[in-house]
Design a binder for this molecule. Sequence first.
Ligand SMILES: *[C@@H]1O[C@H](CO)[C@@H](O)[C@H](O)[C@H]1NC(C)=O
Ligand SMILES: *[C@@H]1O[C@H](CO)[C@@H](O)[C@H](O)[C@H]1NC(C)=O
Length: 487
Amino acid sequence: MLSKVGEKPHAMGASRVWKKKILRFTVVFCLVASFTFFLWPQIEYRQPATDTVSNITISSDVKCEPDLDVLHRLNVQKLKQYTRREIIAVPSASDTLPMRQKLPISLFEQKQKSTNSPDRLSAQQLQDDCMIPEPVSVQVSTPPRHVDASHIDFGVATTLGRLNESLDAFSHWAGNTKTRIFALIEPDKDKRTHEVQAKADSLGVNLYITESDEEYQRRYFTLVSHLGKNVRPQTRWSCVIDDDTFFMSMADLVKSLAEYDDSQPVYVGGLSESIPQIGVFGLMGFGGAGVFLSRPLVQEISKPEIFEACLNTDHTGDRRISLCVYQHTFTRLTVNHRLRQLDIQGDVSGFFESGRPPPLSVHHWKSWYHMDMAKLSTVSNLCGDSCLLRQWEFGDGWILTNGFSVMKYSKEVDPNDKTMELTWEGQNGAVHESFLHALGPLRPKDWDKFSYLLEDSALDGNQVRQWYVHRDEEKGDQILELIWRTG
Ligand SMILES: *[C@@H]1O[C@H](CO)[C@@H](O)[C@H](O)[C@H]1NC(C)=O
Ligand SMILES: *[C@@H]1O[C@H](CO)[C@@H](O)[C@H](O)[C@H]1NC(C)=O
């Protein structure tokens, strides 16, 4: 009995265990099935998730794995959209391509899967990669092979640290062109000039560094006689620049200077774009735009009696040059409207997106506004200087201004409209009319323009990658990566 009693419960226990096991199995099965059912779509259409390692929030709209290194470099905390597109630069036989060209295709809207080239990655793979499958072909001018600027010398007064920082930008226009840059720097306590010299050499920039303990404004003016002393047989122009003066294209600069008679004393420069600045500083070649003095003029004002008299006046460097020329010679300023002081600040998009012939020089890009000119010009390695700031207007209304932005106006702008959008602010009470003499015709700012601005670019093998970013702290940043190659 006891054993039976003892057995019975045992037997009963066994069947209960089985029932429990089946029940558990059923519950677990249901749970797994329902988890699979409910979670599956969420794996495919990712919820906004913060990558715990990188701390970057990535929206579910992003349908690919973006490169976290790129996001870190761009300082993106929240990403809403990442799109990539290939651009093929096709050299054109014509060297008179219009600044803005229309393209029949859309920039962002995806076409149906392309079928033209079988060796292409599958559409799915490309989509995984955020790449719009169809590349865009654009026409570019064939760049000139060599630019010989050995007849132009540049002079800059700065510090060693700032000179070092300027070299990447200098290399765009001065590298491998046989031009020379003479730098008068403050004495460097750390004895690191040779490092900067080595960097310049590696970039193909002929840099001559001289230390000078003169005060800045005197050092600046001393550049004139320093350049005068260093002329060589082929020298025809001496040019005084600021360390943030940037030339878009040495080929264009050489071509433009060739229009002046440099056998005569000539003083070529750019005015401020803002009348109040001209009121404050004078009618002169503004230093940031680059001040060009022909060889006869440099020699004239480098004569010791003139030079000493001018050196001891009490004006800022560029003004001292102008007053010296006006007081001691009969030469007057010849304004070249493509030499740009750029006395504009904040949002300068209207200037760069104007679609007009590009400036010869730009300035203030590290201070009054921020647009890294070395990064803007990276793409010239692939399509030449003449494709910088060129515009392509896509079928969906987006406009690429090469190296600067990808944007869409809130209202369509008449293609024949010649005005420049006044987006910037000025100083010293500048108003609309203050800029007309230099930048007119002007039109009011489009406050609802949607813009991606260039924030980074890199030469990557025989491709150039550009990252255009639309910042939005709330909704997250949107990135458009353009990958340039030659056709
Ligand atoms: C992640 O971001 C939050 C706020 O955005 C910040 O408080 C936190 O320190 C960050 N963590 C790391 C590891 O960077
Ligand atoms: C020059 O700049 C580089 C970074 O581009 C830096 O590593 C180097 O220390 C700088 N040298 C001097 C002398 O400032």
